[in-house]
Design a protein around this ligand. Structure first.
Ligand code: ADP
Ligand code: 5GP
Length: 219
């Protein structure tokens, strides 16, 4: 059997990666760097009722919808998970997971409520929590993003402690101080998780059965 990556992908489903953090800790920055390092990873584009930020594009960062449309999608059972975060609704469509078939992974940038629901639907999902090096830096980064007014920044900063309190449900905790080091850690986690024994079991069993058939024909 060849070791063509396409064959590995055919027998290994995409690795679901949940990435959570308090707002401003660096999820967007780090996950986009992970995708630059490993292009065959899909970013799950959520639906949200929050307004787009100036640089955001519908269908790229989020599918921006109003509350009525969001509620219709909930009623239609379209979401793998959904939750209310910072006063807005956010949800992951089931289609995102389907669209990742054949790829190496899929990133869910979601909060702890969504992480819990995805872990239930996809027990193999790997949870990564990102921490800022300290709270002053977090506030600085929230302000530095310059896409929200001071009230929104303060609201997100207040909620940060509640979000950090959920770090215990994640498999990995990564401190985003130096961006290059944090990126390297995230890429390493992905690569190591890809090699988990349970993810290779199907391939190993197929090799065993192929080996058995070849042994028979060789006699
Ligand atoms: P999140 O997606 O978690 O809300 P972002 O990725 O948008 O956070 O990061 C918030 C701000 O902090 C952005 O302006 C980003 O450029 C900056 N930032 C992220 N990581 C670092 C880092 N390690 N050092 C300095 N600035 C960072
Ligand atoms: P932001 O408005 O800064 O893009 O995201 C705010 C918070 O909502 C972040 O913690 C982000 O991870 C979370 N979030 C984004 N999409 C989803 C989603 O589909 N489901 C859930 N549960 N949370 C989400």
């Amino acid at each position: 059997m060849s070791t063509d990556p396409a064959i590995f992908r055919a027998v290994r489903p995409p690795l679901p990666l949940i990435v959570s953090s308090p707002s401003g800790a660096g999820k967007t920055t780090l996950t986009s760097r992970l995708r630059q390092a490993i292009p065959s990873i899909r970013f799950s584009v959520s639906h949200t009722t929050r307004r787009p930020r100036p640089a955001e594009e519908d269908g790229r960062e989020y599918h921006f919808v109003d509350r009525r449309r969001f509620e219709e999608l909930i009623a239609a059972g379209e979401f793998l998970e959904w939750a209310e975060v910072h006063g807005n609704l956010y949800g992951t469509s089931r289609r995102e997971l389907e669209a990742a078939q054949g790829l190496r992974g899929i990133i869910f940038d979601i909060d702890h409520q969504g992480a819990r629901q995805i872990k239930c639907a996809e027990p193999d999902a790997v949870g990564i929590f990102i921490l800022p090096p300290n709270m002053a830096t977090l506030l600085e980064r929230l302000r530095g993003r310059a896409s929200e007014d001071e009230d929104t920044v303060q609201r997100r900063f207040r909620v940060a402690r509640q979000e950090i309190a959920h770090y215990g449900m994640f498999d990995y905790v990564l401190v985003n101080d130096d961006i290059d080091e944090a990126t390297e850690q995230l890429v390493s986690i992905f690569r190591a998780e890809e090699c988990r024994r349970r993810r290779a079991a199907r391939l190993a069993e197929e090799l065993l059965s192929e080996g058995r058939d070849l042994t028979r024909t060789a006699h």
